[in-house]
Design a protein around this ligand. Sequence first.
Ligand code: XUL
Ligand code: CO
Length: 439
Amino acid sequence: MNYFEHIPPIGYRGPECDEPFAFRHYDPDRVLDGKPLRDHLRFAVCYWHNFCWEGTDIFGEGTFLRPWHQLSDPMESARAKMDAAFDFMSLLGVPFWTFHDSDIAPAGESWRATRDNLERMVDYAERKMADTGLRLLWGTANLFSHRRYMAGAATNPDPQVFACAAGQIQKALEITHRLGGENYVMWGGREGYETLLNTDLRREQEQLGRMLCMTVDYKHKLGFDGPILIEPKPQEPTKHQYDYDVATIYGLLTRFGLEGEVKVNIEVNHATLAGHSFHHEIAMAQALGLFGSVDANRGDYQNGWDTDQYPNSVDELVMPCYEILRHGGFTSGGFNFDTKLRRQSVAPEDLFHAHIGAMDILALTWEKAAALLASGSLDDARTARYESWGGELGQPILGGDHDLESLAAVVVRDDLQPEPVSGQQELLENRVNAVIHSR
Ligand code: XUL
Ligand code: CO
């Protein structure tokens, strides 16, 4: 079966090209600041939305009718799905992929059978990765789809469910390590509550802390040197999720002594669901030393849920990209497209149009963000704004040489009457727009 037989490999053809199966901005070999764009952007295709999801929604059946979903033998179907996935990713020319354990292998009658199926599919993936050169950005365990996890995985009231989740994490981390994964992701879609009427908040958060500590311990035992990344999301599917946003995760990590061990995977549409901008979440993660990776997508301004659409706006992405670049760019992370087609986009070609557009927009944005950084205009303004903290009043305050009484004495002695200074927001917005709209 060759589902994408009629599609050519996607290459860079330049901004004037109007051929749909080509990149207009993403030239993977173009060197920017000594590094090819491929290594700056570190694009990854996600397995679940593209190859597992059948185009269902809560009211409607699957619309995609992918051939690998029509096969009756589950392992044959898993192999056909993996063939299609690797064909797609090779034609698209992304360097990385991402998956959940249950995306790549079917569950068996017992845990032993499930783990055997997974092992066989990992063997298959290992060969495909060697043949195509594709690498694994991250792996993860699906601890939210099966009905046993309806009341949480780590935060479940039943310790047997906690144990099942631990077993899945153990195996998923082991196979991520075996496949050379660069990170391991934990998204806690069911780690939260539907109602406080039946929930012991303190206990559930302690259970979550225990699972995180066990995961970090096992990572060290395995010798896996990539970071564990928690992916914040405030709600959906659960009414309230404990990994609400970056700042909340920081609180959990310090509570359980895991600072320095765990970072974050920030998803655009999760940031906006939390009432933040994507820029805010990136900046907060950088400020707290937690930045790891990005699930690149976008929401819909009219909908209050996670629509997981493909990124398509330079204006919306330029400041987040600038924020990533300002702190040195990606290390182990990258841009993973945690994105799904609209349900009416039933043609195989639609998977290409979606990813080509997203990769082009991010490549263009990255160049604009690099130009903004190189111009120094925002950094200069920011440095100037805080300059007096380096002076004779600011230094001793920060150094701990003052207390409230000594500062009160300084205020009275020098009769301090500080003059407000312009924050220059509009000027700075104009500077950003000048870079976005320059040729
Ligand atoms: C759900 C979501 C997940 C994680 C991995 O909103 O983003 O797909 O990225 O479990
Ligand atoms: Co995600």
